[in-house]
Design a protein around this ligand. Structure first.
Ligand code: SF4
Ligand code: SF4
Length: 303
């Protein structure tokens, strides 16, 4: 059970039928209690979590995001480009989901996006230089899943509505666009720095730490966010946390891609730019030094 990005598909041996479908495509499927394969899908999991999945689950469990991540998640790198991702951590020593019970999912109302989509796979794509992603779908047919034999036909869009996916997709869109943009910035930009990876991880997945960061002196010294907007993001309600998460995506677009939509205090911004310029120059000096030393060594071998 996983949500696939377009670039991951299709593999020859993948259970994903390599055919792209739009939301009007009718599928035959029903999952119901009492079906012979009940819980088979939750017994062997590979589930990527979106920031909104984590937000909903940590609220449900009454945990801070860092505690949730420690207990229920494992980090991974999406492809080889250094973008941080998070997956659900299976029960110790096995492959079953920690939330699986004989009656079914114990966090059903807050289950992750990938669990809601299954057996449909969401394919997010974007054209170069666009933030607008286009959704297409594929069908995952795994042998153990008998839901495909159930006599019920419905359009993918109806299935998405039934599974509460409109809200999840809407809340997750900013993150998916960031991931796609980062993926498509490709090898010319190179691997993101450790700092930018850490920033991406904190902002996307550890929302309580991000909240403390937004509420900190250094943040307020640099960014000129209206007090009212800050206040609306720092509360405990679901709406506040949604607003904070969406602000986080905006913040990352600014920090990682230079799309300045969050006003900055003039002097602090200039100082920050100066620091960045100095750091870049320093990195370039170091790289040039390394290159010169390597060339000296090579010449030595020729002698
Ligand atoms: S979160 Fe729920 S639906 Fe998803 S794998 Fe776990 S038990 Fe199954
Ligand atoms: S029908 Fe498919 S989704 Fe439902 S319990 Fe069986 S394996 Fe899981």
């Amino acid at each position: 059970m996983d949500t696939y990005m377009a670039k991951d598909l299709p593999f020859p041996e993948s259970p994903v039928v390599p055919q792209m479908m739009d939301g009007s495509k009718v599928i035959q499927f029903r999952c119901r209690k009492g079906i012979a394969c009940w819980n088979a899908c939750c017994s062997n999991i590979d589930i990527s979590l979106t920031p909104y999945d984590i937000l909903r689950l940590k609220r449900r469990l009454g945990l801070a995001s860092a505690a949730f991540l420690r207990q229920y998640a494992v980090p991974y790198e999406m492809e080889k480009d250094g973008i941080a991702g998070v997956k659900l951590k299976p029960a110790e020593g096995g492959s079953a989901c920690q939330f699986m019970t004989p009656e079914g999912c114990s966090v059903y109302e807050d289950r992750p996006t990938a669990c809601r989509y299954y057996p449909v796979a969401l394919l997010s794509m974007r054209r170069q230089d666009e933030y607008v992603d286009r959704d297409a779908y594929a069908l995952v047919r795994e042998e153990h899943c008998l839901g495909h034999n159930e006599p019920r036909n419905l359009a993918i869009d109806e299935y998405r509505a039934e599974q509460g996916l409109q809200e999840y997709d809407e809340q997750g869109r900013g993150w998916r666009q960031l991931v796609l943009k980062k993926k498509s910035s490709g090898p010319t930009v190179g691997k993101p720095s450790v700092r930018s990876r850490q920033l991406f991880f904190m902002t996307c997945y550890d929302i309580d730490t991000f909240r403390a960061f937004v509420d900190s002196g250094p943040f307020k010294d640099l960014y000129d966010v209206p007090e009212e907007e800050i206040k609306a993001m720092l509360g405990d309600s679901l709406e506040s946390e949604q607003a904070l998460m969406q602000f986080g995506f905006r913040f990352l677009r600014q920090v990682l891609f230079g799309e300045e939509t969050i006003p900055m205090h003039k002097e602090a911004a200039e100082k920050r730019r100066e620091q960045v310029r100095e750091k870049t120059a320093q990195a370039e000096r170091e790289a040039a030094g390394k290159l010169a030393r390597a060339e000296d060594r090579d010449e030595g071998f020729d002698d």
